[in-house]
Design a protein around this ligand. Structure first.
Ligand code: ADP
Ligand code: ASP
Ligand code: MG
Length: 402
């Protein structure tokens, strides 16, 4: 008997009709003779609505209480889905994250799964029950509820597949699979039949939220076979798997990330250790710095620019203010009006022409680049936020329209 883990996202269970649709699909897999474990997200915009509710009362609520609140969204969807399966007449049980054995660290709002104690899950499967598990949540060592970060139900599903040794982990969502760019605003985007873990990890980390990046990381680590499919049709979907054999330059996808802010420290002293001083102060607080640009010195002074997540901007500005004597910048500039646009592809390594082609696409679209970063598998540029969608389209059509 096979074991399948399925995951249904918020849009797939947004109302009663969609819940019944999902229930029927689960029963189909069960009736084919498989054991089925399902991870589910909160319905529709429930998580966003809960965040709004919290803000009305206290915009600075503690992360612990936020997790307590947000975890309720998934409890609604698991029980409703289980009721739908009861109605069809199959044995089913819904379990919260903690009932299903999800243990995490204590990093509220962005917790990492440390282990899944599968005893309860296995005993329910032994009774031939369909098991519906709340995604996105777990319990830390203080027995407090934690959540895994936005989009984290994908990671719950992969963790279930990895620990139970499932034959496949199917992620059902509102698109047919992984596309060469977000099909919501790139009309010419094409579905990929397959993509390697590394490429998918980059795409997800650079803004393609079709998969939670940590779910891909975990799938790669534990060799979980992943498929991304639509919950609304029976189309093939995209397989995420081991290395692709690439012989020629191949850009697999274009993506943008709006969760970016840029800070510039102007006219700092051009001496050894300046960058170290600045970035040590920031990393000490566990804040990640992404793109970095340093000008060459002029009259003993230079500029250092870098990007952080938009949500970290305020804190970074505080740090700079607290240490303004040590840093010694004549002026500090910052903006949220930027986006990071990236191309991803394992085959682009050692190919100088790729970057040129990307810059040419932006030049033709009259879009200015303010920062550039390259690695073996990606090239990222920073552009004005209002230009980002146009930039993705321009770059996409240059590389991916045959
Ligand atoms: P779910 O609620 O099922 O988890 P998400 O909204 O998290 O769904 O993810 C699906 C969305 O991801 C799609 O609707 C699509 O707009 C977006 N997306 C971004 N980049 C891509 C991409 N490269 N391929 C497919 N979808 C993408
Ligand atoms: N409900 C959570 C969110 O909206 C988790 C998820 O959907 O994966 O982020
Ligand atoms: Mg998602």
């Amino acid at each position: 008997m096979g074991l399948i883990v399925q995951k249904y996202g918020g849009s797939s269970v947004r109302d009663a009709e969609r819940v019944m649709n999902v229930a029927n699909r689960i029963v189909e897999a069960y009736d084919a003779g498989n054991n089925v474990v399902v991870a589910v997200s909160a319905q529709g915009d429930t998580t966003d609505d809960l965040i709004e509710k919290a803000k009305e009362i206290n915009p600075n609520a503690s992360k612990r209480e936020m997790d307590m609140l947000l975890a309720t969204g998934e409890q609604i969807s698991i029980s409703l889905l289980a009721m739908a399966i009861e109605k069809i007449g199959r044995p089913v049980i819904s379990l919260t994250g903690w009932q299903a054995g999800f243990k995490t660290d204590s990093n509220y709002s962005n917790a990492r799964i440390s282990r899944v104690d599968t005893e309860r899950l296995k005993s329910e499967l032994d009774k031939r029950k369909i098991v519906i598990v709340a995604g996105f949540q777990g319990l830390n060592k203080y027995d407090d509820i934690t959540t895994l970060g936005r989009g984290g139900s994908d990671t719950s599903a992969v963790a279930l597949a990895a620990t139970l040794g499932a034959d496949i982990c199917e992620i059902y969502t509102d698109v047919d699979g992984v596309y060469t760019a977000d099909p919501r605003f790139v009309k010419s985007a094409k579905k990929l039949d397959d993509i390697s873990y590394d490429e998918m990890l980059e795409l997800a980390s650079l803004g393609a939220n079709v998969l939670h990046n940590r779910s891909v990381e975990m799938a790669k680590k534990y060799h979980v076979k992943l498929a991304v499919k639509s919950s609304l049709n029976k189309n093939e979907g995209t397989f995420v798997k081991g290395v692709n054999k690439v012989e020629k330059m191949l850009v697999r996808g274009v993506t943008r990330d709006n969760d970016v802010a840029r800070i510039s420290l102007c006219n700092v002293e051009d001496i050894p250790g300046k960058a170290f001083t600045v970035f040590a102060l920031i990393s000490k607080e566990d804040i990640g710095v992404d793109l970095i640009l340093q000008s060459i010195g002029n009259n003993g002074r230079k500029d250092i620019s870098f990007t952080v997540k938009e949500s970290d901007l305020e804190r970074v500005l505080e740090i700079i203010e607290e240490h303004k004597e040590t840093i010694g910048a004549a002026e500090v500039k910052y903006t949220k009006d930027v986006s990071k646009v990236s191309i991803v592809g394992a085959g682009m390594v050692n190919n100088a022409g790729v970057a040129t082609k990307m810059f040419e696409a932006l030049y033709n679209a009259h879009i200015n680049i303010s920062m550039i970063a390259t690695s073996e598998i990606k090239i990222s540029v920073l552009v004005a936020r209002k230009e980002a969608e146009r930039a993705v389209n321009a770059i996409h059509d240059k590389f991916l329209l045959d």
